[in-house]
Design a protein around this ligand. Structure first.
Ligand code: FPP
Length: 247
């Protein structure tokens, strides 16, 4: 394991890694356990991956913790996930502060249950001065929703005469996204063998390297994170150019 870590080029560590944490339910089923225990084990992976990411110099980690589509799950599972979030944030604040982790959220968080929203806001407020790594939780998040919100805000500005349609550039558009101020992820990881983006950060991943692994999220540990980073470091990112043009 330390061997994997030593193979990582410290000068090419992604600044921002986004993760679709998938497979908690299947992990639990395989073990004959209720799905919610899969989510509980998933929290352990969140902790381990956050710590490992901070140690190697990742500055932003965005985790897809609850999509807008997840409301369609059985109500008992939704309730369990919301309680797990509250319990986790409350239980982790001290360690987040000890490790210099700033908590942030993206998504339509106003629609979360009041107790979840309250705990989330407290977590964000109590960690706001940390600057080692920013942990962005995507909660009630949908990329299409985010893009529509940005579009509506720009349309309002045009209607008021504050902006001309031809002035809408990528930079102006990005300014209206919930990830404003956060660099686009260089690496996106999805666990559990699925190879989809599932409405996650669609604008932001335009040039992101995608890494799919069959490992279920509760089994995704620091070693798996290092493997993903090594795979990323071995790729050539050309951004539309040819190899010879690269530095
Ligand atoms: C996907 O597995 C996982 C989720 C929808 C929830 C992820 C939540 C956690 C890891 C716990 C809370 C997180 C934080 C940040 C405190 P799945 O249920 O879709 O698994 P399946 O595809 O095997 O059914």
């Amino acid at each position: 394991m330390s061997d994997l870590k030593s193979q990582i080029n410290p000068g090419k560590v992604p600044k921002h890694i986004a993760i679709i944490m998938d497979g908690n339910g299947r992990w639990a089923k395989q073990k004959g356990m209720p799905r919610v225990l899969g989510h509980r084990s998933g929290v352990k992976s969140v902790r381990e991956v956050t710590e490992a990411a901070a140690q190697i110099g990742v500055k932003y980690l965005t985790l897809y913790a609850f999509s807008t589509e997840n409301w369609n799950r059985p109500p008992a599972e939704v309730t369990a996930l919301m309680s797990l979030l509250v319990e986790t944030i409350k239980g982790e604040i001290r360690d987040l502060n000890k490790n210099g982790v700033r908590l942030m959220a993206i998504g339509d968080i106003e629609a979360l249950p009041p107790s979840t929203l309250k705990t989330l806001r407290e977590g964000i407020e109590k960690t706001k001065d940390n600057d080692r790594v920013t942990l962005v939780l995507a909660l009630n998040y949908s990329a299409k929703w985010e893009i529509l919100c940005a579009t509506r805000r720009l349309a309002e500005q045009v209607k008021m005469g504050a902006l001309q349609p031809f002035e809408i550039s990528e930079a102006i558009f990005e300014h209206e996204l919930s990830t404003h101020g956060i660099p686009d992820p260089e690496l996106l990881i999805r666990t559990s063998g699925e190879a989809r983006l599932s409405n996650f950060l669609l604008w932001q991943v335009a040039y992101t390297e995608l890494y799919f692994t069959p490992v279920f999220w509760p089994d995704f540990d620091r070693k798996e994170l290092f493997k993903a980073i090594l795979s990323y470091q071995n790729r050539e990112r050309r951004f539309g150019m040819i190899s010879e043009q690269l530095p």
